[in-house]
Design a protein around this ligand. Sequence first.
Ligand code: 0X9
Ligand code: ZN
Length: 311
Amino acid sequence: LPGLSFDVIHRYAVVDRYLVDLANTYPNVRVFSAGRSVEGRDIKYITISTTNFQDTRKPVVMLQSLLHAREWVTLPATLYAIEKLVIDVTERDLVNDIDWIILPIANPDGYEHSHTSARFWRKNRARNSFCMGVDLNRNFDIFWGTASSTNPCSDTFHGRRAFSEPESAIVRDILHAHRNRLELYIDIHSFGSMVLYGYGNRQLPPNALAVNYLGVQMAQAIDAVKWPQNRNYIVGNVAMVLYMASGGSSDYAMTTGVPFSYTFELPSYRGITSTVQGFLVEPDFILQAGFETWEAIKVGARFAARNFNRR
Ligand code: 0X9
Ligand code: ZN
């Protein structure tokens, strides 16, 4: 039977195998190959549905992690959600009332590179010039190129054009395939303890009030169980609370019709926010990140179910 530990960071091959094992073991889980990364790794996602995605009255919720390679703690957060939706199911409504799409490793090449060669690698592994990598979260077709870097050596290099990278095109294709029912999309990043929403150019979506409201509800759910030494989550428009950023996946999702779309920034390691050390992990921190992020996901998913019924 599939089973993973939740206090270590699993490598690509382990997760890839795990997703297949889940689909082979649980009838409501299916695994899909969405395409291949620059270096040819299969990018898999699972769906979780009691009705095989045939019941159009259910909303779809999508979770994603590791679009940025070094943000390791985001992977166990996503795997923890899978565990609670498939293996250790204590809240059946989340499984019965919602169809789930879960993409744990959106950037497998960068992720493996961060294990084998450069711990703080962020981008994918595109061969631009002598500098490699495109920031996948600047490569989506949403005011592309307006708040990102033209320099291939920069950590926020946006690529040659929108969706130049297979990894971002894969996310686009999933979003489009489910555009009619996708109610909530959460792109999980680190670090900063934030629930962010669009747009990265300071513009607010028409439903910003509702988006902010749900963001606050999700943040409060985390704050209620977080480690006391970590600060409370900040909720807000990305450009207002963090910085301007174009080509982001959660902003792009809104243009495909997803009404509730967020970037989560999970906490930093030991509260370190001034350096890349904040991306490091330890067993306690990994476990806690999975546990507390799940509290927010539950709040978001239940809201999505209620809101979708009414729309
Ligand atoms: O800069 C980013 O891509 C994200 N922060 S990170 O430290 N993980 O790199 C924030 C992205 C939020 N972007 C939008 N909502 N557009
Ligand atoms: Zn990130």
